[in-house]
Design a protein around this ligand. Structure first.
Ligand code: ADP
Length: 179
């Protein structure tokens, strides 16, 4: 599994699946979630409403992930995950690692070969970008080394797509330090 750091807008990435840093309601938010909904078009919100009406009446739990189509996005799928919110006292790193691992599990189930992650929880949810970078990269590496149900993971490329030069630099450094 290759890991690459990209500076830019996740909504334009030519990958099979992009991950959305959503909130539990799945019914829209700001930041990367707002950008993804704008770029994917109104059908994405409809798909999220459908999930709430069927599989997820209580919303998506922190650390869990669920997929919808990508609609107008270049990506075929959006994998929605809910990062822990530091401002709400959600400081358990395992919850953040779970966002990355569960998203990869969903991506593998879909047969996705390439997945792009944003800096989940590093915006409104208040986590330090360094911590997100370390945990995210570590979780992806651990997942890559642990075959899914005895099989090789389908995902071959994981991108971390960062909106600012500063955050991209933080992720590049974390990737180097992770060996
Ligand atoms: P959270 O609520 O999980 O913290 P945010 O959307 O507030 O999620 O922020 C997560 C990260 O996504 C932040 O680093 C923010 O700068 C970044 N971001 C915002 N828009 C985009 C985008 N279009 N592409 C990639 N990253 C984005």
């Amino acid at each position: 599994m290759r890991i690459e750091i990209v500076e830019g807008d996740i909504t334009v990435r030519p990958v099979d699946a992009i991950v959305n840093a959503a909130n539990s309601s799945l019914l829209g938010g700001g930041g990367v979630d707002g950008a993804i909904h704008r770029a994917a078009g109104p059908e994405l919100l409809e798909a999220c409403r459908e999930l709430r009406a069927t599989k997820l009446p209580d919303g998506l739990a922190v650390g869990a992930a669920v997929a919808t189509p990508g609609f107008l996005l270049p990506a075929k799928w959006v994998i929605h995950t809910v990062g822990p919110n530091r401002h709400a006292g959600q400081t358990n790193p395992a919850l953040l690692a779970s966002c990355f691992t569960e998203s990869l599990r969903i991506a593998d189930g879909l047969g996705a070969r390439s997945v792009a992650f944003p800096a989940v929880s590093a915006g409104v949810y208040g986590w330090d970008a360094r911590k997100v970078a370390q945990l995210g990269i570590e979780a992806v590496r651990a997942y890559a080394g642990r075959p899914l149900e005895g099989e090789k993971p389908m995902v071959e490329l994981v991108e971390f797509v960062l909106f600012s030069e500063e955050t991209a630099g933080i992720f590049r450094q974390a990737l180097e330090e992770s060996g």
